[in-house]
Design a protein around this ligand. Structure first.
Ligand code: ZN
Length: 161
């Protein structure tokens, strides 16, 4: 009788461990489903991004953004990049980017630039991975292209949620 009770307790303990493991595994799986820490955005020969806004999860420590140029025009005529800054800093950055000139149209270092891909032409793509955890979801961020004149159309809201 004593031995039976002991065995039953041991069995229950094993069951508990089993269920705890299942719970742990399912919560890890849920987290990985909830996080989409990479984004792909397309640009084209009509001076457009294919997204008006980009929503990313605040649970992502870092984010990888891949910019694709799905057009055919070369970089010197229809170059695109994906640059992220606070919405407040976008206009001043378009100014210094124009001054920086071809081919990159971006200053080498400017602390207002949070992230930037390379300037690319038709058929090319460029990726950038940056720290998301240091950004503040209560601040307005905007992504845009710094090729001269493009920011008027090529911009979107960057939303951390
Ligand atoms: Zn552009």
């Amino acid at each position: 009788m004593i031995a039976l009770t002991y065995n039953k307790a041991g069995e229950n303990k094993m069951k508990f461990t089993y269920f705890a493991t299942i719970l742990l595994l399912s919560s890890i799986t849920n987290i990985s489903f909830a996080q989409d820490c990479s984004q792909v955005i397309e640009s084209n020969d009509a001076m457009q991004f294919n997204m008006k806004e980009m929503r990313v999860s605040a649970s992502c420590k870092s984010l990888t953004v891949t910019l694709k140029h799905v057009g055919n025009l070369p970089q010197q005529f229809m170059g695109h990049n994906w640059v992220l800054s606070t919405t407040e800093n976008m206009m001043p950055l378009t100014g210094v980017s124009m001054q920086a000139g071809a081919p990159g149209y971006l200053p080498e270092s400017d602390e207002r630039i949070i992230a930037a891909t390379d300037m690319i032409g038709g058929g090319q793509e460029s990726s950038i991975t940056f720290d998301l955890s240091s950004l503040d979801s209560s601040i307005d961020y905007t992504y845009f292209c710094t090729f001269p004149g493009h920011y008027a159309i090529m911009k979107g809201s960057f939303i951390i949620e």
